[in-house]
Design a protein around this ligand. Structure first.
Ligand SMILES: [Zn+2]
Length: 497
């Protein structure tokens, strides 16, 4: 989602971010050197998972394990924290160093993340910084062998910009009511094919590719009028004097995002998941509409794709100016102008909810393969309209995709869908990754039929849940479902112009 640059683009764009890496996130390693999480950790993390998914977290998990203990100050717009990461090398080769990403330092994000101390297994080290102080190389005394773990201890302060600069991404921001702090912590970098991805992300779309991780987060902040909203679930709250302290378990998530806000919420629980929508008091009716859309969407996606594996989903508005909506794991940011100015507001909400399946639960390399999540997420809007028996809306959605692609072709700008975001123009990005990729999904459906398409969505979810995949994963699921080859179709829509 997200359309920092795509002013013509109609609604939700999402900023994608996250993920990557691959392979089984929960594989069992029989070596004794792996830092298994403790039994109390398992119980703590399971508190964020839907009742059907608690066993997705086991003590054998070797996903990155973050413990963050910090203080949030809305006056200084800061998070000051101590963080521990237990990181296990799940590749087959030794790692010479560990890569970190400091997203707040990106010029387009406009904040700062300053590391005040970095230790590896208890010993202080001196990290080195790449351009924009985004990528950080943490040296190791000796290479981290396959299957071995290392513990990083990092102290840092992150500062968010205000919303005065409309050229910024707008996600990390203080708007006078809400301090939004996505990717505010030092994050393990993305290992693409065993190599740390050091590139400055292209910000015309999502910027975070991440592997599933676990986060145990303790935050302190002012108690008067403020609420912490975050990825995962708050498992304890304590208020002493004017300070509140919350402890949050993420469950298996690709990132940890949170906000401290004075907004009030409306909530509803559906199918074992509580949805909280935080919106401007002056637009309470629209907040109710957003809640209704999310409440309707979740059971539809549970049925058509697979069960949402978390207990909670939060949707919060922010006065940031530069995007429509952006998905984060278990957490959605909506630009508050959309609450009054977007005739496609319902589709915007549905789109960002759909990203919880295609982006968070099933991950992809958002910089290289943005179509993988955006195409299917766009398609969730159609699934939603059809499930709610709105044939006119559904026909309009398909028509829009076709017209969008036709316009790109008429301008002579049609191009290959499966290419890095950085290789596309803004117009190409918004049409290829959203409309053309959704039309590819629709072409698959038309070719294999309703029964096989329905089976393909479900088996794609089951096979790809918690992993990072590329476009061949859905193709494989569809081919298995139809007992046919989709190579020609895939080549036509995704690999060729
Ligand atoms: Zn999107």
């Amino acid at each position: 989602m997200h359309q920092l640059f795509n002013n013509h683009y109609r609604q939700y764009t999402v900023i994608v971010f996250m993920w990557v890496f691959c392979l089984c996130l929960l594989h069992t390693d029989t070596s004794t050197s792996v830092a298994a999480i403790t039994a109390p950790d398992v119980l703590q993390q399971r508190q964020a998972m839907h009742s059907s998914a608690v066993n997705d977290i086991q003590a054998t998990s070797t996903v990155p394990y973050y413990t963050i203990n910090g203080t949030v100050n809305p006056t200084t717009r800061t998070l000051t924290a101590a963080q521990t990461i237990v990181y296990t090398n799940r590749t087959s080769v030794a790692l010479a160093n560990i890569g970190l990403r400091l997203y707040p330092n990106l010029t387009d994000v406009g904040g700062t993340c300053i590391l005040t101390s970095v230790k590896v297994d208890g010993s202080a080290v001196t990290p080195t910084y790449g351009p924009q102080r985004y990528f950080v190389t943490v040296p190791l005394a000796k290479p981290l062998a396959a299957g071995k773990s290392v513990t990083l201890q990092i102290s840092f302060t992150t500062t968010a910009p205000t919303n005065a600069d409309t050229n910024l991404f707008g996600t990390l921001v203080w708007d006078g009511t809400t301090l939004s702090l996505p990717y505010a912590y030092p994050m393990i970098a993305y290992l693409r094919g065993g190599v740390w991805d050091t590139a400055i992300p292209d910000s015309k779309g999502d910027i975070v590719t991440n592997e599933m991780s676990l986060y145990d987060v303790t935050l302190r902040g002012p108690s008067s009028g403020y609420t912490f909203v975050s990825t995962g679930s708050t498992v304890s709250t304590q208020t002493v004097g004017s300070t509140q302290t919350v402890r949050i378990s993420s469950g298996l998530q690709r990132d940890f995002t949170f906000a401290l806000t004075k907004l009030s919420k409306k909530s509803q629980t559906v199918a074992g998941t509580t949805i909280n929508v935080y919106g401007p008091a002056s637009r309470a009716a629209v907040t109710t509409s957003a809640l209704a859309a999310a409440v309707a969407a979740i059971p539809i996606f549970n049925t058509n794709i697979g069960q949402y594996p978390y207990k909670e989903l939060d949707i919060i508005s922010v006065d940031a100016g530069n995007f429509w909506g952006i998905e984060f794991p278990g957490f959605v940011l909506i630009e508050q102008d959309q609450y009054t100015n977007n005739p496609s507001f319902e589709s915007l909400i549905v789109h960002e909810v759909g990203h919880q399946w295609f982006y968070n639960i099933i991950g992809n390399d958002v910089q290289r393969d943005a179509f993988v999540d955006e195409g299917l997420t766009n398609y969730t809007e159609l699934l939603y309209q059809q499930a709610r028996k709105r044939p006119t809306d559904a026909a309009g959605t398909i028509r829009y995709w076709k017209e969008d692609l036709a316009a790109l072709r008429a301008a002579g700008n049609d191009a290959v869908v499966d290419q890095p975001m950085s290789a596309m123009s803004d117009d190409q990005y918004s049409t290829l990754v959203y409309s053309k990729a959704a039309l590819y999904i629709h072409a698959v459906r038309l070719q294999i039929g309703e029964k096989a398409f329905s089976a393909a969505l479900k088996s794609y979810y089951t096979a790809s849940k918690y992993r990072i995949v590329d476009g061949t994963a859905f193709r494989s699921a569809a081919q298995t479902a139809c007992k046919c080859s989709l190579t020609t179709l895939y080549t036509k829509w995704i690999l060729q112009k």
